[in-house]
Design a protein around this ligand. Structure first.
Ligand SMILES: NC(=O)c1ccc[n+]([C@@H]2O[C@H](COP(=O)([O-])OP(=O)(O)OC[C@H]3O[C@@H](n4cnc5c(N)ncnc54)[C@H](OP(=O)(O)O)[C@@H]3O)[C@@H](O)[C@H]2O)c1
Length: 275
């Protein structure tokens, strides 16, 4: 049995669909990962072979003013899960992020590159990565720029704006790989089924800026919206973001044979599903 925590979230919902009968989902109503008692009770009762932790405090800007909550959910919560996995002989799969990197490397990050987060969210997710190691059997899957049918995301925001406006300004100096939660779920399942352990990167292939991604969304959706460039400095968000934090997925490909599709093909497939 594979226990998915955060099963009502954007990634959790797609993972549950793909896992089918292999998956059992719980969310905040059944388990609070910040409570060691709650974690021990649920993991101890279900005794899963694998725990996939999709639960997180994902409001990147909100983390800057809620450091305690961010560290509690994204850091300490993972420690409790890891200890429960250790005690029950389960594999812990922890989902992490490109925001553990500062984006200054200039080429795609590989799994062994040293984290250097710029934000509270990134620091809390790095703490989660370290705490996952309390479970001798652990797998850390770093990803980025997620969108899916079941959560707030950039694609849905652009489509909403695009229905109301004919011109938008979108940052063009942050580069990454837009990643569909269905393709990430496929990668996670491939890693589990191949018996992988340690750290892996999993994103859709190739990369672009948010600005290019926005243009692609409007083109694929048949919306006539002009997308102007702006800089990250001009946008002035509370949390600092890495400028170039693309993640190399060669290790995923070599160890599982799975290669996520090009981000634009994934976007096309996603847009077909939502109509
Ligand atoms: N979204 C992205 O672009 C992105 C990029 C890179 C990595 N990631 C990582 O990918 C994973 C999945 O992200 P997502 O976008 O699918 O997240 P999401 O939609 O925000 O889902 C997270 C789920 O966890 C639940 N949760 C929050 N606190 C909890 C707690 N203390 N105990 C149990 N459940 C709790 C949330 O419930 P409530 O909604 O009720 O709070 C929600 O159902 C996270 O680890 C995230 O850090 C995301």
């Amino acid at each position: 049995m594979i226990l998915v925590i955060g099963a009502n979230g954007m990634l959790g919902r797609d993972l549950m669909t793909l896992l089918g009968d292999r998956g059992l989902g719980v969310d905040i109503a059944e388990i609070d990962i910040t409570s060691p008692e709650s974690v021990l009770r649920v993991v101890g009762e279900i005794k899963p072979e694998v725990v996939i932790n999709c639960a997180a405090y994902t409001d990147v800007d909100g983390c800057e003013s809620n450091t305690e909550s961010a560290m509690s959910v994204n850091g300490e919560g993972v420690a409790y899960l890891a200890m429960a996995c250790r005690d029950n002989g389960a594999l812990l799969v922890q989902i992490s992020t490109d925001y553990v990197f500062d984006g200054g490397k200039g080429t795609p990050y590989v799994e062994d590159d040293a984290p250097c987060p710029l934000s509270v969210y990134g620091e809390s997710k790095q703490a989660g990565e370290m705490n996952a190691a309390f479970s001798p059997e652990h797998l850390i899957v770093r990803t980025q720029w997620l969108y899916g049918l079941h959560g707030k995301n950039f694609v849905e925001t652009m489509l909403r704006f695009g229905a109301e406006k004919d011109e938008l300004t979108v940052v063009d100096d942050q580069v990454g790989s837009p990643t569909w939660t269905v393709d990430l779920s496929r990668a996670i399942i491939a890693l589990i089924d191949a018996g992988c352990r340690g750290t892996y990167h999993a994103v859709n292939s190739e990369f672009c800026s948010w600005n290019t991604f926005a243009k692609a969304i409007f083109e694929e959706a048949g919306l006539n919206v002009s997308v102007k460039p702006m800089t990250t400095v001009e946008l002035n968000r509370p949390a600092k973001r890495p400028l170039y934090s693309t993640l190399a997925c060669d290790k995923l490909n070599a160890d599982t044979g799975f290669k996520p599709q090009h981000w634009r093909d994934a976007l096309r497939e996603y847009l077909k599903l939502r109509v």
